[in-house]
Design a protein around this ligand. Structure first.
Ligand code: ADP
Length: 215
């Protein structure tokens, strides 16, 4: 079955963690514009160089760039459907996504808002690290890197912290979220496909709430 969904929520809400679960369970394809932009940076491409400073400062890159990235990925198709993670982040991006899906004869099945409070976000993000090989997410307080220094998922031994996971960038990312992205909650509510989950729950509990929405 093809299911296309958006995971919507502030930085640190757990979108990436839940997206990875959905990929494993349902064979969906995760489209994270944040990951795509970080890959562009790592590859040293012109675009990657252009967005590096904007991202480090916690600001949004242009709609044109991210819409282009998403368009390319949609063209590759997905049997299980797509999880949009960190996209759309502005109203023009939401309109563009609607047009792209229409053009493919596809639709959005659900927009899942992950609700969290801002204090939890600060502590989640400043404690966050990921496995350099497989992207498994760790947290110094709630899910520390194992004592043997090996990733539980793939055995990798390199862990990274994001350049923008510091308190100053995070404050800016939150401001961008409230100014530019949170209006999408009303937008999708009006379109009739908004659902909300409590993103403060345990990973498994959030996963179960999402599964219930997707049926
Ligand atoms: P988080 O949700 O944890 O803030 P992401 O990994 O989704 O982080 O994004 C990191 C950064 O990449 C953002 O702060 C922004 O600079 C850029 N970015 C990602 N997705 C978009 C988007 N859809 N539109 C504009 N900028 C984006």
């Amino acid at each position: 079955m093809t299911t296309n969904i958006i995971l919507l929520g502030p930085p640190g809400a757990g979108k990436g963690t839940q997206a990875r679960k959905l990929v494993e369970e349902r064979g969906m394809v995760q489209l994270s514009t944040g990951d795509m932009l970080r890959e562009a940076q790592a590859s040293g491409s012109e675009m990657g160089k252009k967005v590096a400073a904007v991202m480090a400062a916690g600001q949004l890159v242009t709609d044109e760039i991210v819409i282009g990235l998403i368009r390319e990925k949609l063209e590759q198709g997905s049997e299980g459907g797509f999880i949009f993670d960190g996209f759309p982040r502005t109203l023009p991006q939401a309109d563009a996504l609607g047009d792209l899906l229409d053009g493919m004869g596809a639709k959005l099945d659900a927009v899942i808002e992950m609700q969290v409070d801002d204090e939890a976000l600060v502590s989640r993000i400043t404690a966050r690290s990921t496995c350099g090989s497989c992207g498994e997410v760790y947290n110094d307080n709630t899910k520390p890197i194992p004592a043997d220094g090996k990733c539980t998922n793939c055995g990798g031994t390199e862990f990274k912290r994001r350049a923008d996971d510091n308190e100053d960038s995070l404050r800016q990312r939150l401001m961008e979220y409230y100014k530019k992205t949170s209006p999408l909650i009303g937008y999708y509510y009006a379109k009739g496909n908004l659902s909300s989950v409590n993103g403060l729950g345990e990973i498994d509990a959030v996963q179960a709430e999402i599964a219930k929405i997707l049926g």
